[in-house]
Design a protein around this ligand. Structure first.
Ligand code: TRP
Length: 475
């Protein structure tokens, strides 16, 4: 193993790190998924549950990934190889490092396609293609984009080129510059949209829905759903946070940064709810509209509102900025590994990693239209109806992401030396440290293990538990 590798650049300050890490965490998961998952799980009670999960699962694992990244200040591959080299099951930790750079590439391949849709919609909104039209036209516009391979690949290519252009310029010249502009812009746009929604929409209904808890609406499933959403929303198990941790200088407090990232990520998710639900309720729409909400329902609604086109443009800019600050953090783990292999070739390595990801993404895009009959794992019954896009989502953004999170908590909790943990976290051997260690040793592996089993068995676990529970109640 070649350990004499080039040193990576470091973040200029804790604040720029925060902007970048929040940029990674804030994405479609906050703006698009969180509101509709809240909708499906009955509102306020789920919000509380979600906050609980961020504290119990999210923050401890963010701390874990950051501290592992910063320990040897290398890419996940070499960080884990280094820390695991004299430990039992060395091979397993090597493999985990690889998984931590391959999962983000898997996610980026299809996330880049979706980032392309959002770019396309900024232009559509701006050109007036979604103004003064009826609901059917809006729906046809979306379906038209989905069925047109040329348009979709064009915008995916633009999204990937923007991502590569930023990453190629390095940590200080690329990532920092991008998040210093995009993140403040994102916050301002979000606040403007919230103000507009509270003014023009049905505020009291939205407030009730988001903040008045009705615990009778919670099910066992909501608990797993909340934990899974917290995990995904904080970009855990997928390389970004660990790699960004490798660029942290030793003087920065990992526990403080972790709380900062979790707080801001949750705040943005709640604000996104406040930007969307007042409008949804004002038009008597279903808060559970699900995936179609952003690209079909909202454009129809904006069109009927004063200054709708302007706010429509702002809304899609918001999602685009959120997407780009995430895509750069998805490419960075692999680039940081390649830089260690071939020092001083960041530009070439960025384009190599980007081009491969782009090519896989093209297959994902095509699987939504001209290649919709191609089911690569069709010989396995459970995957019979999944195309390339769905498979990438299934394995990278779910299966391996959860496995990574489970394994990393286990690794830090049971394999790493306690002194190393204390040193990186900068904590005294205090009650707080003991609590964190208990969480990653026991609570996180069991919790994430349950989410994982429930996911791969398609809800079987939860169904059986609910069956047992109802049986017990009836008996
Ligand atoms: N957190 C992102 C969101 O909420 C999604 C995501 C998961 C992600 N893992 C990631 C983004 C890794 C960047 C890097 O949309």
């Amino acid at each position: 193993m070649n350990m004499a590798v080039a040193k990576h650049e470091k973040w200029s300050s804790g604040f720029t790190f925060l902007l970048a890490a929040i940029g990674s965490a804030v994405g479609l998961g906050n703006i698009w998924r969180f509101p509709y998952v809240v909708g499906e799980n009955g509102g306020g009670a789920f919000v509380l549950l979600y906050i609980g999960m961020v504290i119990l699962f999210g923050i401890p694992v963010v701390m874990t990934e950051l501290l592992i990244g910063r320990r040897y200040q290398m890419s996940p591959v070499n960080s884990l190889a280094h820390i695991g080299q004299d430990k039992p099951a060395r091979r397993l930790w090597n493999a985990l490092g690889w998984s931590y750079v391959l999962v983000p590439i898997g996610i980026l391949s299809f996330y880049g396609v979706v980032a392309g849709w959002t770019l396309n919609y900024v232009v559509k909104m701006g050109s007036g293609a979604l103004t003064g039209v009826d609901a059917t036209t809006v729906e046809n516009t979306f379906n038209g984009m989905m069925s047109d391979p040329v348009v979709m690949i064009f915008w995916q290519t633009v999204a990937m080129l923007i991502t590569m252009g930023i990453v190629a310029r390095g940590v200080k010249g690329g990532l920092e510059k991008a998040v210093e502009i995009l993140m403040p812009a994102l916050f301002i746009i979000l606040l403007v949209l919230v103000a507009y929604a509270l003014y023009a929409g049905d505020t009291s209904k939205a407030m009730d829905f988001l903040f008045v808890p009705d615990f009778s609406k919670l099910t066992g499933r909501s608990v797993l759903e909340a934990a899974g959403q917290a995990f995904f929303s904080l970009s855990l198990g997928s390389g970004a946070i660990m790699t960004y941790g490798a660029y942290l200088t030793k003087d920065i407090s990992i526990p403080k940064m972790s709380c900062g990232v979790a707080f801001a990520d949750t705040l943005v998710a709640l604000l996104a709810g406040l930007a969307i639900f007042p409008i949804v309720f004002a038009h008597g729409l279903d808060p559970q509209a699900g995936p179609g909400l952003v690209f079909v329902t909202l454009p129809v609604v904006f069109d009927g509102m004063p200054f709708g086109q302007l706010f429509g443009i702002l809304f899609f800019l918001l999602i685009t900025f959120a997407a780009v600050t995430s895509t750069i953090s998805l490419l960075e783990p692999m680039v940081s590994y390649l830089e260690e292999r071939v020092p001083h070739m960041r530009l070439k390595m960025t384009f190599l990693a980007g081009a491969v990801t782009w090519a896989v993404g093209v297959l994902a895009a095509l699987s939504l239209n001209v290649m919709s009959d191609v089911k690569p794992l069709g010989f396995i019954q459970r995957f019979a109806d999944k195309g390339v896009f769905d498979l990438l989502d299934y394995f990278s953004a779910n299966v391996f992401m959860l496995l990574n999170g489970l394994m990393i908590a286990f690794f830090a909790g049971w394999v790493m030396k306690r002194t190393a943990l204390l040193e990186e976290l900068g904590l005294e051997d205090s009650g707080l440290f003991k609590f964190w260690r208990l969480l990653i040793k026991v609570v996180v592996p069991i919790g994430v293990g349950l989410i994982f089993i429930n996911f791969v068995t398609e809800g079987w676990l939860m169904d059986s538990l609910e069956g047992l529970f109802n049986g017990a109640m009836a008996g």
